[in-house]
Design a protein around this ligand. Structure first.
Ligand code: PEP
Length: 245
């Protein structure tokens, strides 16, 4: 199983020129990488501009088509040859009111359309301080995966992203990440079975930089990384990819 490094550009950069330049620099930098898979998730409008690396979208709607102003469907993404869609990112949950139920509908739609899902889960600082981390992770997993079959789960990558670690510079320790990754595998094994749990890729995300990235893969049992801020700097991102080889 190759490690997976996902670049989530969020709402960046502002111009096509910057987006193309960043993409080309990353593409050049990772061209010799053999043992890690790289996925670039830019804002929707830049997706058709890029060729040569696997692409993912940062979100999509659960409906197919029609009167849904402002939305993008999984079918539109499929037509653009996009392979992955990030679903359930904490910023979608926090700023756009996405509930576990909405996340579940989106996951189903993306899978039915034939794309793969990067399914984000993670506890907030308040939930962690209240000792509710595992309860939250289990609820997000069980609700998000409701009705997802043993065949379909093979098309899902789970990203463990503690909300308090995202964009804060306060990355989760390797030990804590390891225990969360183990817990996530345990829940997946309870929902499905041990074999499926062992074969599900679980990523870590939250203030990953090139000086901490390798340890999540080597010591925390993560099968890759979801990188936000650091993916906007090609040199830094390429170092992160190299550390995951
Ligand atoms: C993210 O956007 O999922 C993320 C992990 O961001 P950052 O790397 O900036 O913390």
């Amino acid at each position: 199983m190759k490690n997976l490094i996902v670049a989530n550009w969020k709402l960046n950069p502002t111009t096509q020129k910057e987006a193309k330049s960043l993409f080309e620099k990353i593409k050049k930098g990772v061209s010799r990488i053999k043992n890690a898979e790289v996925i670039i998730c830019p804002p929707f409008v830049y997706l058709p501009l890029f060729k040569g690396l696997t692409l993912g979208a940062q979100n999509c709607f659960f409906g197919e088509k029609g009167a849904f102003t402002g939305e993008i469907s999984a079918s539109i993404l499929k037509d653009l040859k996009i392979e992955y869609v990030i679903i359930g990112h904490s910023e979608r949950r926090e700023y756009f009111g996405e509930t576990d139920e909405v996340v579940n509908k989106k996951i189903k739609k993306v899978l039915q359309t034939g794309l793969k899902v990067i399914f984000c889960i993670g506890e907030t600082a308040e939930e962690r301080d209240a000792g509710k981390k595992t309860e939250v992770l289990e609820r997000q997993l069980r609700e998000g995966l409701k009705g997802i079959t043993k065949e379909e789960i093979k098309k899902i990558v789970v990203a463990y992203e503690p909300v308090w670690a995202i964009g804060t510079g306060n990355n989760c320790s390797v030990d804590e990440t390891m225990s969360s990754v183990l817990f996530i595998r345990k829940v997946i094994s309870t929902i499905y079975n041990r074999g499926i749990a062992d074969n599900t890729r679980i990523l870590y995300g939250g203030s990953v930089k090139s000086d901490n990235s390798g340890s999540y893969i080597k010591n925390a049992g993560a099968n890759g990384l979801l990188v936000g801020g650091a993916s906007l700097n090609a040199e830094e991102f390429n170092k992160i990819v190299k550390s995951a080889e």
